[in-house]
Design a protein around this ligand. Structure first.
Ligand SMILES: Cc1ncc(COP(=O)(O)O)c(C=O)c1O
Length: 416
């Protein structure tokens, strides 16, 4: 056993955030988003020695032979990286405009890997209640109880000074999800980045709900990106995956701690599928957004709907900020029906085309009840603060003809 004083040769120095250090410019920074979605990380004539493939091939192999005793291959063993996950990681980094990326088995695992890597017992993370359910559960239970990492939930999240007040010398990360799932609350990325950087703390933005096709947090000042690949990035509920994009030294630290030693990485088949799906990301996000806008406008005028949460509606409290921060408003929205839990049940049991399921970002429209399914662990007080009403229904608007989604909702709402 190595003694605690002696640093074994395989231990890395932990990543230390330096707000003065500018990220390395990406070599593909001059290319447009859609071109990067098709080409980043793979060139048919450069990447493959044995044959020329138009599509990045899957390397479905978990070990990579040594050519000789003292010559380490680029890829050694599938627990740390494989050629196919590397192409995907490069493409995800390119789409966000970040230095580097590391994948994970899910978005929740990517969050876990990041916090586990950068926080030590006694440290804290500053966030708000505007986070996805499993993120909240990690923050409220696993990390405080098992790792003694405290999570501070900023109440007045629209006020940068409130974020500032929550930060202290033990804060290792500020974590923002915008627009948030399921209530579409918007946080000012540039303003919170400024506050965090002044206190020498990096800003993590979860870019899952609208993706890099619509929002570029790194350009607005964020340092690290959290992604669930399970949602719009794949777009059809056939892959569970996640990623962290950020400074290369941080990404390598995460890779060392949670993939190299633990194996918390995406498998080649999923990575390969993701590469196919990302090719149409931008087109899909445009259609998800225009369909969602029509559905949100329909719901906003419906007499049986008491509230609609969608950043594309002028009535959204942060409409102007949302339009500044995003290119379009994406496919996620939520709405409240009267009658609490019973009202939600009536609508959800009567939809015919829309599917009741737990995910979002799929080509088919999905509805889900956050109060009972994703945010059930919150206290009633926290749910009230976060906007998780009993009658709240989350809708992920798909790629169907919008008139059909609207008529399905119309007939279900008529049952109320
Ligand atoms: C905003 C957001 N980020 C991250 C995640 C986690 O993703 P996954 O389901 O891949 O663990 C979710 C899941 O709902 C989410 O909504």
């Amino acid at each position: 056993m190595h003694t605690p004083e002696e640093k074994p040769f395989f231990m890395r120095d932990p990543w230390v955030y330096d707000p003065e250090k500018q990220p390395q410019p990406r070599p593909d920074a001059g290319l447009g988003f859609d071109t990067r979605a098709l080409h980043a990380g793979f060139h048919p004539l450069k990447n493959v020695e044995q044959f020329r493939a138009f599509v990045p091939p899957i390397a479905q192999s978990m070990t990579y032979p040594y050519a000789s005793f003292d010559k380490f291959p680029d890829y050694i063993y599938g627990r740390s990286k494989t050629p196919t996950t590397s192409v995907l990681e490069e493409r995800l980094a390119a789409l966000e405009g970040g230095e580097s990326a590391v994948t994970a088995g899910s978005g929740s695992q990517a969050l876990f890997n990041l916090i586990f890597t950068i926080a030590r017992p006694g440290d804290n993370v500053v966030t708000s209640l505007n986070t996805f359910g499993e993120g909240y559960k990690q923050a409220a239970t696993i990390f405080p109880e098992r790792c003694h990492v405290e999570f501070r939930f900023v109440k007045d999240y629209t006020n940068p000074a409130a974020w500032d007040r929550a930060i202290d010398s033990k804060t290792r990360l500020v974590w923002v999800e915008t627009p948030s799932n399921p209530c579409l609350q918007v946080t000012d990325i540039a303003a919170v980045a400024q506050v965090a950087h002044a206190r020498r703390v990096p800003l993590l933005v979860d870019n899952t709900t609208v993706t890099s096709a619509l929002q570029k947090p790194l350009e607005l000042g964020a340092d690290i990106i959290l992604l669930s690949l399970t949602k719009f990035l794949s777009g059809n509920a056939t892959v569970l995956g996640g990623a962290i994009v950020g400074p290369e030294a941080l990404v390598e630290d995460i890779r060392w701690n949670t993939t190299e030693f633990v194996g918390a990485i995406l498998q080649p088949l999923e990575a390969w599928l993701m590469l196919q799906y990302l090719e149409t990301l931008s087109l899909r996000m445009e259609r998800h957004s225009s369909n969602a806008q029509k559905v949100a406008e329909f719901l906003a005028t419906h007499p049986k709907v008491t509230q609609v949460n969608y950043t594309g509606l002028r009535a959204h409290p942060q409409f102007d900020l949302a339009q500044r921060q995003m290119k379009a408003n994406g496919g996620l929205l939520s709405f409240i029906v009267p009658g609490g839990m019973k009202g939600a049940e009536t609508v959800m049991d009567n939809v015919k085309l829309i599917v009741h399921a737990v995910t979002f970002g799929t080509s088919r429209t999905i509805c889900m009840h956050p109060r009972t399914i994703t945010h059930e662990h919150m206290t009633q007080e926290e749910r009230d603060e976060a906007g998780i009403a009993d009658g709240l229904i989350r809708l992920s608007i798909g790629l169907e003809d919008p008139a059909d989604i609207i008529s399905d909702l119309d007939q279900a709402l008529a049952k109320l």
